[in-house]
Design a protein around this ligand. Structure first.
Ligand SMILES: Nc1ncnc2c1ncn2[C@@H]1O[C@H](COP(=O)(O)OP(=O)(O)OP(=O)(O)O)[C@@H](O)[C@H]1O
Ligand SMILES: [Mg+2]
Length: 399
């Protein structure tokens, strides 16, 4: 088959999908089952904007994948249809825009003010934004999603400015919706910022397995051809995600990956086996990402464990790992960290589920810690690949 034929085939003859888009993370469905309470609460808080009075600021929090972004976008979309020109809405993702400058530039853009990518003093951007907003003579509702990223990187200056801006406006008003999945986030805030941002609070509890099933059923009805899902598929995806703090994103991701696997195999049905395979892939990807983002010395300790196991060593002790780590450090011409630090690193790797460290009793010789890899070799190799290559130790691993 030519590439064109493959693509054509996918579009025209998918045995599995009716509309694959409906399972993608950014798609906001018309219906959001099990979030009625949060939708109504948020709508009630924001409704005064329609009558020209400033809604309270809202702070929304809940674990990842509990529908915070979806619900907020849904309510804002409905409200902006009603409000038409009366209210200006802005949505900024503060993970993608994680500096004061960029957040303010995004908000200003929503008012039709162009701010260059860099070059202005942040105070100048603040000023231009406030002037533009007042000139508009409108209510503005600004959503700052994943706001913890901004504050951790840049402090709470923006929030301080935005929560007090109404004092300097005469013709306009601003309301804020802050969203985070970091339940400890408010500890980072100045108490004045905190009390104004949290005029109202909305909590999104984790979804239960049953709730996730309902959500998946509804998205599946839009996304799949009739009858292609084996009956165990949705309950399995829901059960796995329910164990991971009720994360709906994970549930959808599993369902989509399972279906993609089935499609790629040319199977006519998505089965439990596809879900299991999808789960393994997702877990592997998470491990790979964790490893890729580790600091160099942590990676070197992991390489030490990896090489020892490859050489057939078992019941690894901290001492053995430290010696191997020293060899690697020497080979790379790096200053090694202390054995104490290596021992801490082993604990960190244990917490991250990459190695398993267990204290065993040696009878009258006391106790010792034995360590082994717990993530799959494949994910470890993939996670370390780039560094090994860069450091020129690929041959070591291949050995
Ligand atoms: N009640 C629901 N009905 C249908 N889909 C939902 C529902 N809740 C969440 N989803 C879907 O699950 C995925 C994750 O939801 P969302 O992005 O809103 O999570 P979040 O709470 O913002 O997570 P994070 O804190 O990681 O940003 C999205 O694809 C969203 O459309
Ligand atoms: Mg979100």
């Amino acid at each position: 088959m030519s590439l064109d034929e493959i693509f054509e085939h996918f579009v025209l003859h998918s045995q599995i999908f009716k509309d694959r888009e409906r399972l993608l993370p950014d798609y906001v469905p018309e219906e959001l089952p099990h979030r009625k309470q949060q939708i109504i609460a948020l709508a009630r808080i924001l409704a005064p904007a329609l009558a020209g009075s400033r809604p309270s600021n809202v702070f929304i929090y809940g674990l990842t994948g509990t529908g915070k972004t979806a619900v907020t976008k849904h309510v804002v979309r409905k409200l902006s249809e009603k409000a038409q020109e009366k209210v200006v809405f802005a949505y900024v993702n503060c993970r993608q825009n994680d500096t004061s400058y960029r957040v303010m530039a995004e908000l200003a853009r929503e008012l039709g003010v162009k701010v260059p990518f860099t070059g202005l003093a942040t105070s100048e951007v603040y000023k231009r934004f406030a002037e533009a907003l007042d000139r508009r003579g409108r209510m503005m509702v600004a959503v700052l999603d994943e706001v913890d990223h901004l504050v951790k990187k840049n402090g709470d200056d923006v929030l301080y400015f935005l929560t007090r801006i109404n004092e300097q406006l005469s013709r306009s008003r601003l309301s804020l919706i802050g969203i985070t999945n970091d339940l400890k986030f408010t500890e980072f805030l100045d108490s004045r910022v905190k009390s104004s941002l949290c005029e109202e609070e909305l909590v999104f509890p984790p979804y239960t397995a049953k709730e996730l099933e309902d959500i998946l059923q509804q998205r599946a009805a839009e996304a799949f051809q009739d009858g292609v899902l084996a009956p165990e598929v949705i309950p399995a995806c829901a059960a796995i995600a329910a164990k991971q703090n009720g994360d709906c994103r994970l549930a959808l991701d599993l369902l989509l990956k399972a279906a993609d696997l089935a499609e790629r195999e040319g199977a006519s049905k998505v089965t439990l086996e596809h879900v299991k395979q999808a789960q393994r892939e997702i877990e592997k990807n998470v491990t790979v990402d964790v490893i890729k983002s580790m600091p160099l010395h942590v990676k070197m300790v992991l390489i030490a464990v990896y090489l020892l196991e490859k050489e057939g060593a078992r019941n690894l002790t901290t001492g053995m790992i430290y010696n191997k780590y020293m060899e690697i450090a020497k080979m790379l011409g790096m200053d090694p960290v202390t054995q104490r630090r290596v021992s801490d690193i082993i604990n960190e790797l244990d917490m991250a589920g990459i190695v398993n460290a267990r204290v065993v009793s040696l009878g009258r010789y006391g106790r010792t810690k034995v360590i082994r890899l717990s993530a799959s070799l494949k994910s470890i190799e993939e996670g370390l690949q780039e560094d090994l290559f860069m450091l020129g130790v690929t041959e070591l691993v291949a050995r």
